[in-house]
Design a protein around this ligand. Sequence first.
Ligand SMILES: [Fe+2]
Ligand SMILES: [Fe+2]
Length: 504
Amino acid sequence: MILSFEQKREIQFRETFSTGIARKMLNPSNTQMKAMLDYMRMVEECSSTKDKQDTHEEKDKLKTGDTFGMASIHQTREFEWLTNEIEAFVFEYLEASKIKYDKLSLFHQKSWPIITKTGGHVNNHNHPNAILSAVFYLQTEPESGGELIFHNPNDSLIPGNINDKLPGLPSTHLYGLKPKPKLLVLFPSKLDHHVENYRGEMSRWSVSYDISITANHSLGSGQSENMVVHPSLWREFRGTKDTSTETAKKIYFTQNQAITTQETITNTPCSDYERFDTDGYLVKEKVIQPPVCQAVFGQILESWKQGTFDYIHRADMRIHTPLELSETTTWVMKNILKEYLPVLNTFLPEHKMRYLVEFSSICVFPGAKAQELHPDQNHQYRKLVTIFVNLFEVGEQCGALIVVPQTHKNQSKQIKDSQKQVINKPQKMILPPGSSVLMDSRLVHAGTENTTMNSIRPVFYFSFGEIDIEGPTYSILPDYRQKYTLDDFVDNASLKTRSLVTVE
Ligand SMILES: [Fe+2]
Ligand SMILES: [Fe+2]
């Protein structure tokens, strides 16, 4: 006889409220996979060197990038493919959850590599800084532990009592996933989880992404009740930090070490955006090939015939001529933008910040005097960046650009200090042909003197930013003013959704 609920005498439990943990096998090409594996190899080598002195065994078995300064792999070229795949998967996840995301903005907030060696494990934790978290496995030995175990979010009755769990739900107390290469897992960041002991001989390589979700910028701050408003509407506290001599010295030496050699610049596994945000500029070598440099220089020579010179700062022996958006210059700009796009997208998140405001050239001739150190604009919260492309080799004497690292923030004090050369030593951009420098317009910089007899320094440059900032003089042909944005020169290929493949 079947008893109804009312007739039953014993206590009854009902399993309710499921949670969404999604999985998918990705299919990277050999090249994409190799790029990611090479990166992880470099991380493992770097982190081993760093900790060589460290005899603490436990620490050696687990290395997570968010604890040793590597937590923006979403800004790297090596992980660009994966970052796009994760975006597509997040959109699928939201659609499957019937969450409308047209009024939301999504961000890759943090992403970091994890190296686990035999005996390594991760204790129970969650990611309170994010909404969704993803894990992608790159390398792991089969049947060697290291399972990702999720805890039932509802199974604790008494907060803080670790031995406690709600009665009646033994089957859903824990849920585990076996790691395998190319498996992507996405889950709510607030879910408690841990990683079981790993027993493989080969290092287990995985990466984690933390994704933040806020109200869309278009909602402003007045239509997003109970949601975090878009970060572009936030304002950081303007109080200045202690810049005592000791601190200043430390910054000075760290900075010098960080950019002493070009090799350090290209090999440091710190993200481009972190470097740009810290220093106010970012150097990329070999963004275009010498024949293309020659072609652009040919167009500069043509522009001189037109006689449409712009004069910016000290004009003597420096010629600024705005350039035409020809097939060559447009192609060059598009290709260079690919190099800087992750940085630009992070730094210029809003449409109004992405206008093409300059498209021009400068040529520094023998006899040119040095410019005064200056920022291109003084408004701390306005956005403007310039990309300079060196068409010839830039030697010591031919009028190279100098920049004063880290002077783009807390500017009024920094300008004063940098002019006295107290905080950071100016860095001279001695670079090969086809190299480029991305510069925050708030950064203190100058063109140096050209003391050579016969070397010129031709540079192609373009700027993106807000159109109504007081101060900067924009060099651009009148027809192009306020007409184009960064997005007109970028191929928009990502964010395609794909059907969800279930993995058992
Ligand atoms: Fe985690
Ligand atoms: Fe300038």
